[in-house]
Design a protein around this ligand. Structure first.
Ligand SMILES: Nc1nc2c(ncn2[C@@H]2O[C@H](COP(=O)(O)OP(=O)(O)O)[C@@H](O)[C@H]2O)c(=O)[nH]1
Ligand SMILES: [Mg+2]
Length: 250
């Protein structure tokens, strides 16, 4: 250590080396600079957003899930023209949970307004209707996965495969494969369109590794899938513990 200090001292001009007050001022300046850099690094890390957005097609169960998560029965499922918002207190953190309307006409506007400050996304899927809805679900999901902010900030996404109480509803594992297949064909179409344009936007951006079939494993974000039941009925109770655990983790 002494050797280093001597080395630095030797490099200083004699006028500074011999003046003690200049040396002290130099030391203090370096210390302040060091502390500022540490504080700035800490602030930028803690600036991670606190919004958790519930996305998905209309009727997938977002509003029911929202009210179960925040523990309120008073959220109307008919007010899907505007977002529902509530603070959700988890053991590790508190997040702003926002239920976004799924109508195609409104969802892009809400997404663009609210995506700033997003911490994570819960994408809700109707596991009973998934076979008939797969194109719409995959198209909406692709738009989210290809979003510049979602890619650059590696926003973690949980696909909540809802309505598992219904007979013949598809399990999360099956839905994952169905979505990978559908996203693969959407990607082919977009890649072909990309060759004829030079724009870079959500509609044309290509995600994953192009040299093989689309897989969620090729994305840099964490993409998890869980089974869930948002609505409690007489013969089946609500099962959303995996969602709460996931939110607490990310
Ligand atoms: N069987 C069943 N129905 C559900 C479940 N979750 C939501 N629903 C029903 O699905 C419909 C749409 O729910 P809603 O929360 O309004 O969907 P949103 O449009 O995505 O907000 C309603 O009739 C709910 O009762 C569930 O886990 N199981
Ligand atoms: Mg709703």
């Amino acid at each position: 250590m002494d050797n280093y200090i001597n080395l630095i001292m030797d490099k200083l001009p004699p006028s500074i080396r011999d003046d003690k007050s200049t040396l002290v001022a130099l030391g203090v300046t370096l210390l302040v600079l060091f502390v500022t850099l540490i504080v700035l690094g800490f602030i930028s890390k803690s600036r991670k957003g606190s919004r958790v957005l519930l996305l998905g097609l209309s009727d997938s169960g977002k509003t029911v899930l929202f009210s179960q998560l925040v523990g309120s029965k008073s959220v109307s499922t008919f007010t899907s023209m505007k977002q529902n918002e509530c603070q959700l207190v988890l053991p590790k953190r508190s997040v702003a949970l926002i239920d976004i309307p799924g109508f195609e006409r409104l969802r892009d506007k809400y997404w663009n307004d609210l995506k700033k400050g997003v911490r994570s996304i819960v994408f809700v899927v109707d596991s009973y209707q998934i076979t008939s809805n797969i194109k719409d679900v995959a198209d909406y999901f692709y738009t989210i996965l290809a979003d510049k902010l979602v890619i650059s900030q590696k926003i973690p996404i949980l696909v909540a495969c809802n309505k598992q109480d219904k007979p013949k509803s598809k399990a999360a594992k099956v839905i994952r494969t169905l979505l990978e297949k559908e996203i693969n064909s959407i990607r082919e179409t977009r890649a072909a369109a990309l060759e004829s344009t030079d724009g870079d936007n959500e509609r044309s951006r290509v995600i994953g590794s192009l040299d093989r079939e689309f897989s969620f494993n090729d994305l840099k974000n964490t993409i998890d899938f869980v089974d869930c039941i948002a609505e409690s009925k007489e013969d089946s109770s609500c099962q959303i513990e995996d969602i709460t655990c996931w939110l607490n983790k990310f």
